[in-house]
Design a protein around this ligand. Structure first.
Ligand SMILES: [Zn+2]
Length: 182
């Protein structure tokens, strides 16, 4: 197990677009393992490399008992949108908010061996692909909310116990969250 500390909102790495993976090497396989271990430990439904401080286009997911990863993702989204689905983020511990997302997504990319893969998801899986790919572009779920919802979310962020912590937080016992954290 190689559990890494999860960067919290306010850390500049979460606002930095990640670079495409070029070398599908041992280091990349270690990154996928670290992401997987850290996501499962949190626990979360998804985790993107910038959330553990690595600026590469890699994410992992664990949705509907399906565990996987995707590298250099490229998304095709349905035009129908779920406006009300609750969404959380491991970089915003304990918080979840309604966040509009396309209902279906096709995610093209590569596995850690450099083989092309195509993943299809609906509902939570589609939501996860969109949330994690956004992380790779430095976009956070608060950016996807309508202005009124974003205002409520930012108020909750300011009031959160972890808000304003610049150093990595030492993990204590996990506590349940309202929505699925990604
Ligand atoms: Zn997130």
């Amino acid at each position: 197990m190689a559990i890494q500390s999860i960067r919290l909102f306010g850390d500049p790495v979460l606002r930095t677009p990640a670079a495409p993976v070029v070398d599908f090497d041992k280091e990349l396989r270690k990154l996928v393992k670290d992401l997987t271990d850290t996501m499962m430990d949190a626990p979360g439904a998804g985790l993107a490399a910038p959330q553990i401080g690595v600026g590469l286009r890699v994410f992992t997911y664990y949705v509907d008992d399906q565990l996987g990863h995707l590298i250099n993702p490229d998304l095709d989204l349905s035009s129908d949108v779920d406006e009300e689905g609750e969404e959380g983020c491991l970089s915003f511990p304990g918080l979840s908010f309604p966040t509009p997302r396309a209902v279906r997504a096709v995610a093209k990319g590569f596995n850690m061996h450099g083989e092309p893969v195509v993943l299809e998801g609906t509902d939570l899986m589609a939501r996860c692909f969109q949330h994690e790919t956004d992380h790779l572009d430095g976009i956070l779920f608060i950016d996807r909310m309508d202005p009124k919802q974003r205002k409520l979310a930012m108020k909750a962020v300011r009031e959160a116990e972890w808000s304003g912590l610049s150093a990595p937080v030492i993990k204590t016992s996990p506590h349940p969250t309202g929505g699925k954290a990604l």
